[in-house]
Design a protein around this ligand. Structure first.
Ligand code: S3P
Length: 179
């Protein structure tokens, strides 16, 4: 993270860890804006993530994700929920880290497996074995985040409060009144 107060808080972690649920709660606490990186990619592409994967492959999606990470890294007072693969890609991670406090929403694999919908909306959510391998492969990248908050048993609101406290303890400047 940067030396001064963070301009953004970036939530990383595996699919189902709660990034998109915790993010808006955290943003409300801080009085900041919230951006879901997948939604930002979809808005720019004009099609859902599943269709981007189908038409452009994973490489096409990752290029769009990197560009979206660059765009949001220019915006202050922002909470960003990054997709599960974003922090595992070096250049995307570098963009997300710039000026930000990064937070790994860690969660036990069994709980993640029970939370991830298999409705086709997440093209990489395949078999149990596929998800397990992806999870193990990505853990070292997630561990590079500044702060880790466990969401296995915490409610989204508890997780948001823990992150706001961690941000406050690191000199985060922007109005941390809950509400
Ligand atoms: C992905 C996770 C998804 C989405 C895309 C790829 C991944 O985001 O970016 O399906 O590689 O783990 P969520 O983590 O928000 O589900």
């Amino acid at each position: 993270m940067s030396a001064g107060p963070a301009e953004r808080i970036v939530l990383v972690g595996f699919m189902g860890a709660g990034k998109s649920t915790v993010g808006p709660l955290l943003a409300r606490r801080l009085g900041w804006e919230f951006v879901d990186l997948d939604q930002e990619i979809e808005a720019e592409a004009g099609r859902p993530v599943s269709e981007i994967f189908a038409r452009e492959g994973e490489a096409g999606f990752r290029a769009r994700e990197r560009a979206a990470a660059e765009r949001v890294s220019a915006r202050p007072r922002l909470v960003v929920a990054a997709g599960g693969g974003a922090f595992a890609a070096e250049e995307t991670r570098a963009a997300l880290c710039r000026g930000a406090l990064t937070v790994w929403l860690r969660c036990d694999l069994e709980v993640l497996l029970s939370r991830i919908p298999r409705d086709g909306s997440r093209p990489l959510a395949g078999s149990r074995a596929t998800i397990t391998a992806l999870f193990r492969g990505r853990e070292p990248s997630y561990a590079l985040a500044d702060v880790t908050v466990d969401t296995t048993r915490a409610s989204p609101d508890e997780a948001a409060r823990a992150i706001a406290e961690a941000a406050g303890g690191r000199g985060e400047g922007g109005g941390t009144t809950p509400g």
